[in-house]
Design a protein around this ligand. Structure first.
Ligand SMILES: NC(=O)c1ccc[n+]([C@@H]2O[C@H](COP(=O)([O-])OP(=O)(O)OC[C@H]3O[C@@H](n4cnc5c(N)ncnc54)[C@H](OP(=O)(O)O)[C@@H]3O)[C@@H](O)[C@H]2O)c1
Length: 233
């Protein structure tokens, strides 16, 4: 697809992978709306990269409504949803609580699903569109203390496969992308970006993979991509 003039909504676009993806899309001439929870951080990221900020928490119905009100008012249409907003969790199995699952699933699974539900209604009507679900290598394999996060990302991957099957007849492309470790603010209590490490992935590699997949002619799509650091050891 052509990215110039494309109308894009990136959830969690105020830092890390979402911000890098929004920035590369804007450099290609796309019109990009970004969401986030911390309003100050969101506004300053939007100013820096030239995006439209929408203060909207994807884990609430109100936040989802606000994001799509802004899509209507500011973008007047939608070609691409990047379902990127996500939070982490690490806990031993014998310490798990129901609340741990609720908090993470509200964002990583239910939030992504509600954002995609609204996008799909638009995409089915116009008979084209793109959904990028930012999964994780935790969508593919469990590990110690990963019960909550991996369950949420396996869930997102399952939904990606359902949406691929359901939306292909409407020319809608759904890409599920699995980054391995990326040095962002993810999982940081301070919410500050981690410094780059020469052998670990940065958000730019993930953004680049997303743009490469989108640029393919609409007659084809990549259902799933996994991105590893070459030698993180
Ligand atoms: N970093 C990694 O190693 C890694 C690896 C694989 C997959 N991922 C996935 O990549 C995605 C992006 O993570 P990242 O590494 O770029 O982390 P990040 O720098 O922490 O960025 C997360 C973004 O999501 C936003 N966000 C969080 N909860 C939200 C909510 N309820 N509503 C709206 N926005 C929300 C954050 O805004 P606020 O700061 O305002 O909350 C921030 O803009 C996540 O889905 C994550 O699971 C990350």
């Amino acid at each position: 697809m052509k990215l110039k003039g494309a109308k894009v909504l990136v959830t969690g676009g105020s830092s890390g992978i979402g911000k890098a993806t929004a920035e590369l899309l804007i450099q290609e001439g796309a019109e990009v709306l970004i969401t986030g929870r911390d309003e100050q951080k969101l506004k300053s990221a939007a100013k820096e990269i030239g995006a439209v900020p929408v203060h909207a928490d994807v884990s609430t119905d109100e936040g989802v409504e606000r994001a799509y009100d802004a899509v209507g008012e500011r973008l007047n249409g939608l070609d691409i949803l990047v379902n990127n907003a996500g939070i982490g969790s690490r806990k031993p199995v014998d310490e798990l609580t129901r609340k741990d699952f609720q908090e993470v699933f509200d964002v990583n699974v239910f939030g992504a699903a509600m954002m995609a539900a609204k996008a799909s209604a638009i995409f089915k009507k116009q008979k084209h569109g793109n959904i990028i679900n930012v999964g994780s290598t935790a969508s593919l394999k469990g590990y110690p203390t990963g019960s909550v996060y991996t369950a949420s990302k396996f869930g997102l991957r399952a939904m990606s496969q359902c949406w691929q099957a359901e939306l292909r007849p409407y020319n809608v492309r759904v890409l599920h992308i699995n980054p391995s470790e990326v040095t962002t603010a993810f999982g940081q209590e301070s919410r500050r970006e981690r410094p780059e490490e020469p052998q670990k992935l940065t958000a730019v590699e993930i953004a680049h993979a997303i743009l490469s997949a989108l640029k393919m002619d609409n007659r084809g799509f990549i259902p799933e991509l996994t991105v590893w650091a070459t030698n993180p050891f």
